[in-house]
Every structure is written in C-alpha cells, then in structure tokens.
Design a protein around this ligand. Structure first.
Ligand code: GLA
Length: 394
C-alpha cells in the first residue's frame, strides 16, 4: 500500500467515513546557515526537505473539528468546534492546527463548516526540523483549498508565525514557516527577514550531499531559552539605539558593530548581538560562495557559524558540539554545523558522496563513545514547499 492509500484507509478507520477526502503535504526544513538571525532582521538560508507532515482532510456538515494524529494514536480523536478554539493544554499537539484555524478566522476568512483531519508526520521526533511549523502550514493550505480562501501564501506564512508567537508563546522568527511555505526542489531560499525579499539558490553540490544528523537529544527547555536569547538581542539593540539610528541588529556590518559594541552594557548581551551581526554577514557571503561554486569557502562559513553559536550564542550543548566536531575530523567533509534553534536537535554536514558510509560510521562511534547513545543519519532530499497532493489519485 502506498502512503496515499494508507492515509486514506486510516482516515476512513478513524472517522468512519470517506467523503471527499483530500490530501496535503508540508515539508520540514533545514537551515544551511543564518541561525538566530531571523528575529534580528538578518538573512537566513533554509531549504525544505522531503520529510514533512501529511494531512488527509474532509469537510463536515456541522461546525465540529476533529483532529487525529497517526503519530500520537494514544491521544485519540481531539474534538472542538469552530467557535471554541482557545489554547488548551489538554489538546497537546492539536493546539497547532487549532491556532491556525483560529487566526485564519480572525483574519476575516469564513469557514462554513467543520473538518475532520488526520495527520501523519515523518519528521524525526524532537529533531528541530520544524515539525510544528509544518503542521501549521499544512493546516493553512488545507483550509485554503477546502474553503477556496483567497489567502496569499506570504499571509499564510505570517499567520503560522503568529500561531507560534501569540498562541503557543514561542517568540520565533519567520524562517521556518517561510521555508515550508515557499520551498523549491533542489534549491535553498536566501531570505532577507526584514524585507521578505528572497532568491532561490540552486543547490549545486558537485558530488556532495547534505547529511542531517540527529543528536537524539530531546530539546528540553528549548522554548524558554529561545525566548531568553531573543530578549537579550532586543536589550542589546536598545543599548545600541541610544546612539545609532537602527531598527534591527541585521542593519549592522561587523565593522560597525566593533565600533559601537561598547554601547551594549551587559557582556552576555554583547556576545549575543555579536553572533547576530557576524552570522548575518556570513549568510550574505554564503550565497555568493554557493553561486560561485566555491563549496570549500561555503563549508568554512558553516564551521564558523557553529563556533559562534557555541561560544557567543551558547545554544549548542555537548551533544551538538560532539557531533559537529566529529564531523569536522572526517575525510570528505566541507563543513558542518548545528541547524535550527539548537539545544539538541540536528546538525548538518556537507559530505563528499564516496565518504558518506565511513562518515556515518566514524561520527557515530565518536558520538556514542562520548554521549552514551547513538545518533541518527539521513541524507537530505530538498523537496518542494507545501502543496495539495494529487487529489485525483484518490
Ligand atoms: C527556530 C525558529 C526560527 C529561527 C531558528 C533559529 O527554528 O522557529 O524562527 O529563529 O530557530 O535560527
């Protein structure tokens, strides 16, 4: 049975009907470089991956909403209705689609009926590959299509971010939803998060692949530390604004930062701001290097990014550092770094194809020796952004 038949069958088994079921998909994402820059008005360089969230959905005749995830069968069917969508801790994962439905309605789009939705995600657990943004965006797309909403893709992406910020209360930037909503096969997206102008950069990796390596470390306290980093950057910006006419750290070049950094009173905040400014400069440079085919330089920028996230931003931790340092020591590796928010989750590495098998073996040995359990390895496939998948097939 292919995955479409499986989703269809599960939908029918769970909801006891098979009326007009349609299928949707939204990917997860990796970020090549440009970490913790998106809420600082800087650049990011993500790509959507083939792992993601599938949703099988059908309209109802009443106003009920029923959610079911094949990933959390023990949670059973979670039920509410179009008028009662407030955050409920007991609803767990279903708060993401609930938030999306609430904010789409709040934006003035009318949903004339309830929906049954079955989700299935193949993004590895707690991997920091944006499973939550993937659920938000797949829900947005299915609402758009089922109810013929004239919803602009960028507006949908912004609503996904709003769910994180105002409903889940994680102050994340726009990178994840943008990568998931706008992804393009075999391309990365170089995005200016201040203006939302972007370019697609072809991922021409000349005999190399991007490996995703999962620490298998659960991302405990990640949300509160994430919000703390953001607040530290905002405090640094406020100090800089006493003399500089800027609205974000992303406006500063490294030289300008060095000239004015003493305005930042707190030493920790100064380190956080340093990372944001230098990381943005590296991300701009990385596009140039990728376009020139200078993968060696691109890899070096990735390595510098990791060091900066380790020493100045302090979001890596023993597991990610062990993985990345082991990766740096392997033959055929152009660069490696953590990807996403950090505090556990995944690293990425650009590895020459002929060395992939020894890379996996050696990195895993070094990791297990130090950490006590193994890492997981995936070859990244860069796929398209969120879409409806072949409703005709069903
Ligand atoms: C998380 C957030 C993004 C971004 C990254 C760090 O993935 O959702 O907005 O800030 O962390 O670069």
């Amino acid at each position: 049975m292919n995955y479409m038949d499986t989703l269809h069958k599960n939908f029918t088994d769970v909801f006891n009907h098979a009326n007009d079921i349609r299928l949707f998909f939204a990917p997860g994402r990796i970020n090549l470089i440009g970490e913790h820059t998106d809420y600082n008005g800087g650049h990011v360089f993500p790509a959507s991956i083939s792992f993601g969230t599938y949703a099988a959905a059908a309209k109802r005749t009443d106003n009920k909403l029923r959610f079911y995830s094949m990933n959390f069968p023990e949670a059973g069917i979670i039920e509410c209705d179009l008028e009662h969508l407030d955050y409920d801790p007991a609803h767990n994962w279903a708060n993401y689609p609930k938030g999306m439905i609430q904010f789409i309605q709040d934006s003035g789009y009318e949903l004339h009926a309830g929906i049954d939705i079955l989700y299935y995600g193949d993004i590895p657990n707690s991997a920091g590959l944006s499973s939550s943004a993937s659920i938000e965006i797949v829900t947005g797309i299915l609402l758009e299509r089922l109810f013929h909403l004239e919803l602009d893709r960028i507006e949908l992406i912004k609503l996904g971010q709003k769910v994180e910020n105002d409903y889940i209360h994680v102050n994340s930037g726009i990178m994840d939803q943008f990568a998931i909503g706008m992804g393009k096969q075999d391309h990365a997206i170089h995005l200016n998060t201040e203006t939302l102008s972007f370019t697609y950069a072809p991922l021409k990796l000349a005999d190399h692949s991007i490996m995703i390596i999962h620490t298998n470390k659960s991302r405990a306290l990640a949300d509160s530390k994430y919000n703390e980093r953001r607040a530290q950057c905002e405090a640094a910006l406020t100090d800089l604004q006493t003399e500089l006419n800027i609205t974000s750290l992303g406006e500063l070049t490294p030289d300008e930062f060095e000239t004015h950094k003493q305005l930042i009173q707190d030493e920790t905040n100064r380190k956080r701001a340093k990372h944001a400014v230098y990381e943005n400069a590296r991300t701009i440079k990385a596009l140039e290097m990728l376009n020139k085919g200078d993968l060696v330089h691109f890899g070096k920028l990735m390595n510098e990014s990791h060091r900066s996230l380790q020493e100045d931003y302090e979001v890596t931790g023993l597991e990610l550092d062990t993985l990345v340092e082991a990766a740096w020591n392997q033959e055929g590796v152009l660069g490696a770094r953590m990807t996403g928010a950090g505090f556990g989750g995944c690293a990425i590495a650009i590895v020459r194809n002929e060395h992939i098998e020894t890379f996996k073996k050696h990195v895993n040995q070094a990791y297990a020796k130090k950490i006590g359990y193994e890492a997981l390895f995936y070859t990244a496939q860069i796929g398209d952004g969120a879409k409806e998948i072949t409703k005709e097939v069903i």
